[in-house]
Design a protein around this ligand. Structure first.
Ligand code: AMP
Length: 215
C-alpha cells in the first residue's frame, strides 16, 4: 500500500497521514518532520535547511530526493508507506516515479481540499512541541494545560514557519510549485478528492474507506 497526500499547508495532511499509517500498519514518511529532526540534532543537513525552513521556503529538490530515496529503501517500507509533504514539485514527483517503486497508477493519491480562510486559521493557531513534534491548535485542539505538551510536558511553541508572513509565502509557493502536481497525478493516477473542511474523524473515515478500494 503506497499513499501520497496532496494539499496545501494546513490541510491536515500530517494528522491524517499519521492516523492512516497507524490504521494500515505502514510507516508515515513526513519530510517536514525528517528535516526538523535534522535541525534539532544539528546535523550538516539540519544546518543547510534551517534558514530556508524558517523563511517558509522549499528545500532544494535534490536534497529531498536523496532523503526520500534512502528512506523508502528501509526495511519497514517493504509493504508500503504514506508520503506526507513529498513530492512537492513536479521534479520530485518525476524522481519518485523513477525510484523503482512500481506504477503510480496503483498508488492511492489523495488531494485534501480546504478553503483558504480555514487554512489561515489553522496555521496561525497551530502550536508545536519541539521535543516530540506533537501538534495542537489553540482553539480546536488545545493541550490539557495551556502551552504545555500533553505527552511530555515540554513548553509548546509556534513554529517559525507558522508565523503570519511566512504562512503567506508557504501558501503562495504551494500555488506556484505544488498545485501543478495535482494535474501531474491526474494524468497518471486516480486522484481522490477529499473534503478536508470537516472533523478529523470524518475525514479519516473517508480515507480508510477509499484506501480499501483499488485505485
Ligand atoms: P511540512 O512540515 O510538510 O509543512 O514542511 C515544513 C517545511 O519543510 C517546508 O516549508 C519546507 O521548507 C520543507 N520541506 C518539507 N518537505 C519538502 C519537500 N518535499 N520539498 C521541499 N521542501 C520541503
Amino acid at each position: 500500500m503506497r499513499v501520497i497526500f496532496l494539499g496545501p499547508p494546513g490541510a491536515g495532511k500530517g494528522t491524517q497521514a499519521a492516523k492512516l499509517a497507524a490504521h494500515l500498519g505502514v510507516p508515515r514518511i513526513s519530510t517536514g518532520d525528517m528535516l526538523r529532526e535534522a535541525i534539532a540534532n544539528g546535523t550538516p543537513l539540519g544546518r543547510q535547511v534551517e534558514p530556508l525552513m524558517e523563511r517558509g521556503k522549499l528545500v532544494p529538490d535534490d536534497v529531498l530526493i536523496a532523503l526520500v530515496g534512502e528512506r523508502v529503501r528501509e526495511d519497514d517500507c517493504a509493504h508500503g508507506f504514506i508520503l506526507d509533504g513529498f513530492p512537492r514539485t513536479v521534479a520530485q514527483a518525476e524522481s519518485l516515479a523513477s525510484m523503482g517503486l512500481g506504477e503510480v497508477s496503483a498508488w492511492s493519491v489523495f488531494q485534501i481540499e480546504v478553503p483558504r480562510e480555514e487554512l489561515l486559521r489553522r496555521l496561525s493557531g497551530r502550536r508545536w512541541c519541539p521535543r516530540c513534534q506533537a501538534t495542537y491548535h489553540v482553539t480546536s485542539r488545545p493541550p490539557r494545560q495551556e502551552g504545555v505538551c500533553d505527552l511530555d510536558g515540554t513548553s509548546l511553541i509556534q513554529r517559525e514557519d507558522d508565523k503570519e508572513t511566512v504562512v503567506a509565502r508557504r501558501l503562495s509557493d504551494y500555488d506556484q510549485q505544488t498545485a501543478p502536481l495535482v494535474t501531474y497525478y491526474r494524468e497518471r493516477a486516480n486522484v481522490r478528492r477529499v473534503d478536508g473542511n470537516r472533523s478529523m474523524d470524518a475525514v479519516l473515515e473517508d480515507l480508510k474507506t477509499a484506501v480499501e478500494v483499488p485505485a
